[in-house]
Design a protein around this ligand. Sequence first.
Ligand SMILES: Cc1ncc(COP(=O)(O)O)c(C=O)c1O
Length: 353
Amino acid sequence: MEEQLAARLHVRHAHVCASGTAAVFTALAACGVGAGDEVIVPPFTFVADIECVLWLGAVPVFAEVDTTLCLDPASVAAAITPRTKAVLVVHMCGSMGRIDALEELCRRRGVLLIEDAAQAMGATYRGQPLGTFGRAGVFSFDFVKTMTCGEGGAIATNDAALHEVVQAFTDHGHDHRGADRGADRHPFLGLNFRLSELHAAVGLAQLPKLDRMLEVQRRHKRYLRDGLQDLRRVSFRKVPDAAGDSATFLSFFLPTEAEAREAAGRLASAGVDGCFYWYDNNWHYHRKWQHFQTLASPAALAVQKAGWLPHLSSIHVPRSDALLGRTISMLIKLGWTKTDLEQRRERMRSVLQ
Ligand SMILES: Cc1ncc(COP(=O)(O)O)c(C=O)c1O
């Protein structure tokens, strides 16, 4: 699976592991993100990214997202301090952030770029797979992703030394030098984040289907997007390279928060399922992350003990709030028939007009 994944992503190394969360944790740790380091993160992501930063003893610093629904390079630039170790760009909902600008910024300011492409397997920017621009890229193959192993994840990198650290870290730091596992040495600490052979077998069977799944998603998304194009109240998420969109979601904006919240409710009542209003979502948007705001944890966190974490209770991202308040993202499904699509388009038009 690792060989085929590396070939699919055009990278030198891909390492599979137990989950996307394990992949984020491993990528950060292997890149040297640890106690007291600042990591710039978006307020629109999945809780896993913030969990990993916090468990590593590092400090999440929130920058704004823009109309790509990913980190705004200007806001990231303003958030960089001498303590910034990495920028964690999250390619949300299957499409890309302004990855060229973020890559250039990180290079110029000497900070690591790490990509969370957990939701963007198969997406590309100008032909290059997302997850291969930064020092490391992370993928998830959990049960809601385009390509799934049931549960699973991967870390992609072109850096052989980093790959060595990644593969050892996910197996207790074993150096894997010989055939005798008991004689392995442990150059450093690790954890068990291994993917099982059984899960990998499923992943291996999924990979050859990826292009077909992407093709169907893109066709379905195009049909629905084209069908909403003329609606005065609707505008669409900025996708820097539409040809590379994995098309897992159709994300659009309404003029106001009130209109978006109301439309999300009416879409659900009209039987248009899978329309997410992230602004009120517990998993993906900072407003409902009370457990981070209060640092609720079964065990004391290093950041807490050391007093490194000043204000998670008041994350200040007014531009992201204004944007996400107006955003609805609709899941694109593979199994829709022509009739399903026609019906969905008509119902959406009648709610959103
Ligand atoms: C952006 C993002 N990062 C990381 C993860 C974690 O992946 P997993 O569920 O495989 O642990 C997810 C899962 O939804 C995600 O959406």
